[in-house]
Design a protein around this ligand. Structure first.
Ligand code: ADP
Ligand code: G6P
Length: 472
């Protein structure tokens, strides 16, 4: 078994099953923040990526390297998928970690699946990590891996990063297996969150549930110190800016505006189809603005990209049906022949098409009810090489802590959301420009490499990995 000095462990592999099997692998920039964040970082780094592989039963296949990164698959069965991914991860933890905007479900069998899959990931990681390697475990699907892995391989330096919010104690306390989850995470040497509030929530819970002394920076566990802190994730700002600045992308943006009927203004939203993203609330606000005559279909085009996600989880199926019914209703009521009120797209797009969409959007509406970070908001800012474009941003997205010059709104407040949308549409171009410039300055400095540098220099004090990862 080939071993690496850096191992990233995530529920997903960043490649497609179909690509992998015909041997011609490329990174798959699937819709979703985790792969988007790690892709620019790991490309061309001698690391191993351990990820899940769902293909019936039997062993996971050996996969070719992708751009120098080894792909190590962990075999998952249909039952694993149901109990771990669709069940405990996305129907118990995901709603609890996002303010319970949908009701979390609890089933004992899901917990067994979560434990079983985490155990399998820990064993696979223990096999591919060199002696003394740095292992970086990602996200809420794998919170038991740090503890399980430490038992198997105490020589490793283990980091854990949570891409989603970490909830306040009163919500987390609902979890029947709360103590096991906290102990699992505490197997890491460094636990990273998107925001300081999340680290604070975690420290409080560790004291409350496990009785351990904790501050918002350090927790004493047996004879070890576990560090915790906020490391807001980011994007490859330079890459997105360069892409958006290409003449063919600018041309494509111009063509898109023409195809939209050359409206005065374009509003864009790009989301995974998820109830945390506030899609229904946004549609309601827009429909009321149309009904009140504040916005006219002839002058304003709304483009809603909503790529289907977690389609076997009941709440996601219901959401998609509701969103599609509402889009149909709004188009039926307010659209005209050749002029829909909402241009609704559920397809995945390549990076150049996304960049062109960002460039055509006079207003980008990013209004989740709760979001760990929201990379789409950062991508929009990076794409506005012309310093134009108004970002309408939810206060409940992690990105709001950094992009304070955005037009901030509370998406739970329908009137506030309507006013925010109108304010962004009617903003003075000079004000829009000043805000965009400030956000672009912030993102130039706080990009994905700065994130990795800050996290890994705290985790790996010898610093040897940093040179690899953050150069280039
Ligand atoms: P989440 O992680 O909850 O999905 P983020 O906004 O943090 O939300 O990340 C979403 C990522 O998925 C971004 O990098 C975005 O560009 C990408 N994405 C979203 N929609 C699409 C789409 N239709 N096609 C391709 N990529 C998409
Ligand atoms: C969020 C999560 C990621 C996840 C992504 C896409 O960004 O934090 O861990 O990969 O959504 O969701 P999916 O269920 O398709 O992996």
């Amino acid at each position: 078994m080939r071993q690496s000095s850096l191992v990233v462990v995530a529920n997903r592999l960043p490649i497609d099953d179909s690509q992998a099997l015909d041997g011609a692998c490329e990174w798959r920039r699937s819709p979703g923040g985790l792969v988007s964040a790690l892709h620019p970082l790991l490309r061309h780094t001698p690391a191993t990526w351990v990820g899940g592989w769902v293909r019936g039963t039997g062993p996971a296949p050996a996969l070719p390297d992708v751009d120098g990164v080894r792909m190590h698959s962990v075999a998952l069965t249909g039952d694993d998928l149901r109990d771990h991914y669709e069940g405990f991860a996305n129907a118990t933890l995901w709603p609890i970690y996002h303010d319970a905007v949908e009701q979390p479900e609890h089933h004992r069998r899901w917990w067994d699946g979560y434990l079983r899959v985490n155990q399998r990931f820990a064993e696979a990681t223990a096999e591919v990590a060199e002696r003394g390697a740095v292992v970086w475990v990602q996200d809420y699907h794998l919170q038991l891996v740090p503890g399980l892995l430490r038992d198997l391989r105490p020589d490793l330096r283990i980091g854990f990063f949570l891409h989603v919010p970490f909830p306040p104690p009163e919500l987390f306390m609902q979890l029947p297996r709360r103590a096991e989850l906290l102990r699992g995470i505490l197997g890491a040497d460094l636990v990273g969150f998107q925001r300081a509030q999340a680290a604070h929530n975690f420290a409080q819970l560790v004291t409350k549930v496990l009785g351990l002394p904790a501050t918002d920076r350090r927790i004493a566990v047996d004879d070890r110190v576990v560090r915790i802190g906020a490391f807001p994730v980011s994007i490859d700002t330079a890459e997105m800016s360069a892409l958006a600045g290409r003449p063919e992308v600018a041309d494509r943006a111009r063509r898109l505006r023409h195809d939209l009927g050359s409206p005065d203004q374009v509003i864009l939203s790009v989301d995974r189809m998820d109830y945390t993203k506030g899609i229904e609330q946004r549609l309601k606000a827009y429909s009321e603005l149309l009904a009140g005559g504040h916005v006219k279909v002839r002058d304003t085009a709304l483009v809603q990209v909503a790529v289907p996600s977690r389609e076997r989880v009941g709440q996601y199926q219901i959401l998609r049906e509701r969103v599609e019914r509402e889009v149909g209703r709004i188009n039926g009521e307010f659209g005209r022949v050749g002029e829909p009120a909402i241009h609704y797209l559920t397809q995945p797009f390549d990076r150049a098409e996304l960049a062109a969409l960002y460039r055509v959007a006079d207003v980008m509406a990013v209004t989740p009810l709760r979001d760990g970070m929201n990379l789409v908001a950062k991508e929009y800012v990076a794409a506005r090489v012309d310093n134009a474009g108004a970002l309408l941003l939810s206060e409940f997205a992690g990105a709001a802590a950094e992009l304070s010059q955005a037009y901030l709104v509370n998406p739970h407040d329908l009137e506030g959301l309507k006013q925010g949308l109108l304010a962004a549409l009617r903003a003075d171009p000079a004000d829009v420009r000043t805000r965009m410039q400030a956000m672009r300055v912030h993102l130039r400095e706080h990009d994905i490499r700065a994130w990795a540098r800050s996290y890994l220099s705290t985790l790996d004090q010898s610093g040897s990995l940093l040179t690899h990862l953050t150069s280039g």
